[in-house]
Design a protein around this ligand. Structure first.
Ligand code: SDX
Length: 392
């Protein structure tokens, strides 16, 4: 059936798990982080606050959040030797492959991050990765564009500093231009966690062998890369571009999506769990209108996306299969308006999902869960004897 099988033999940890981090109801389109609705958090919180909530379970008091940010800033230096690994990649390398490798390489420069035996060890790993990961993201983007790296500015906010490192522009570009900061902050919150999705399950099961946090995150980044998962946000833009090149003929692509002999799928539509609107898609669609309006960007791709969405929501094939726009359908349009290259879209998804991955890994380790060992329904050959090659 493609899912995990929980065996009555009491076989522990067959891949399904208990978690207190995120609740979602796919039928009702509900998503809550530690009990708070995604709508309220996207409206009222900032990304670092939501990261703290996901990882430690409650919204932080001001002094807790300030200390958390200070600890993160103190751990944001990335060893210069990581540069050499970065420089060894060809320019054509996909940023997700680069990011997964650099994240795993962090273990070599932070040996203490492997076997976390105390809560303090765990906290140290958490602030190290929250400090260093945005640097790896920004460097991956700069390297892809052949641009000089930026080392950030500790006087800036967490998300402002990410933008500064990515675009290497004077601080006031962001401190005085809250549109981009607010847009990115909201997008990162909306991607921060999503229960036991493919990449989060990968982080949990990798961490269950007591591989370190950085190695577990590296595995999660690789899982997210796939076009059926986080890679969909890049695939959506490529699909919308193709439709635009094709004269905006959305009907042709709707027909392709319904043709059983055509492997094409309408990227950004459908979901393993949501059989109703993805609540994040609703918020991102509104944000896309606001950001493009604030930036004065007239992007025909947005109009094509809205036309495609309208057609799909009225199409019986899609209605019968409960295929609605998901989180990836509109996010790329905002990233593009912000000047982020298409190949970096899934990296931005990983940047948002980082606190969720950390929270789920930490929960699994604190609960001292056994090593993950999914079982199977065997559908192969029954016992048979070896035939010498002369008789085969
Ligand atoms: C994310 O799990 C998570 O939480 C993931 C995520 C997160 O935050 O971590 O929400 C992020 O990964 C969102 C999904 C991004 N992926 C895409 O947008 C890629 C396009 N979507 C599809 O590939 C698909 O919808 C999946 C992979 C997302 C879900 O696949 P399912 O639930 O296994 O659906 P299915 O393959 O069983 O399809 C059911 C039917 C099939 O038709 P029939 O065989 O019944 O006739 O729906 C059809 C499919 O062919 N179908 C689609 C379709 N998605 C499903 N047809 C056309 N276009 C699509 N996008």
């Amino acid at each position: 059936t493609g899912g995990y099988i929980t065996l009555d033999s009491g076989y522990k940890n067959t891949g399904s798990c208990e978690s207190a981090v995120t609740f979602l109801d796919g039928e009702k389109g509900i998503l809550r982080y530690r009990g708070y609705t995604i709508e309220e958090l996207a409206e009222k919180a900032d990304f670092l606050e939501v990261a703290y909530l996901l990882i430690f379970g409650d919204l932080p008091k001001k002094e807790q959040l300030d200390k958390f940010h200070e600890d993160i800033k103190r751990n944001s230096l990335v060893d210069e030797d990581i540069h050499k690994i970065l420089d060894a990649f060809p320019k054509a390398a996909h940023p997700m492959g680069v990011l997964s490798s650099l994240t795993s390489a962090l273990t070599a420069f932070n040996p203490g991050s492997v076997d976390v035996t105390s809560e303090q060890d765990m906290y140290n790993s958490v602030v190290r990765i929250l400090g260093k990961f945005p640097v790896l993201v920004a460097w991956t983007m700069r390297k892809k564009s052949g641009l000089p790296l930026d080392y950030g500015d500790k006087s800036l906010g967490y998300v402002e500093n990410i933008l500064k490192m990515m675009f290497k522009v004077p601080n006031e570009e962001y401190t005085q231009n809250p549109i981009l900061v607010n847009a990115l902050d909201k997008l990162l919150i909306l991607h921060a966690d999503h229960e036991q999705n493919c990449s989060t399950s990968t982080v949990r099961i990798t961490g269950s062998s007591h591989a370190g946090l950085f190695a577990s995150l590296s595995a999660g980044i690789s899982a997210l890369w796939g076009p059926l998962h986080g890679g969909a946000n890049q695939a959506v833009l490529e699909m919308l571009e193709a439709i635009k090149e094709d004269g905006g003929d959305t009907k042709k692509y709707m027909a392709k999506a319904k043709d059983k002999n055509d492997p094409f799928r309408l990227m950004g539509f459908g979901h393993r769990v949501y059989k109703n609107f993805d609540p994040r898609a609703r918020i991102i669609k509104k944000a896309a209108d606001e950001v493009l309006g604030d930036l004065g960007v007239e992007d025909p791709i947005l109009d094509i996306a809205k036309g495609l969405e309208k057609e799909a929501l009225e199409d019986q094939y899609f209605v019968d299969r409960k295929l609605y726009p998901n989180v990836d359908f509109y996010s790329g349009i905002i990233y593009r308006a912000m000047g982020i290259p298409t190949e970096m879209f899934t990296v931005m998804f990983a940047l948002g999902r980082l606190p969720g991955w950390i929270a789920q890994w930490r929960e699994m380790r604190l609960r001292k869960e056994p090593i993950g060992r999914p079982r199977q329904l065997y559908i192969g050959e029954t016992e048979r004897s070896f035939e010498p090659i002369s008789e085969r």
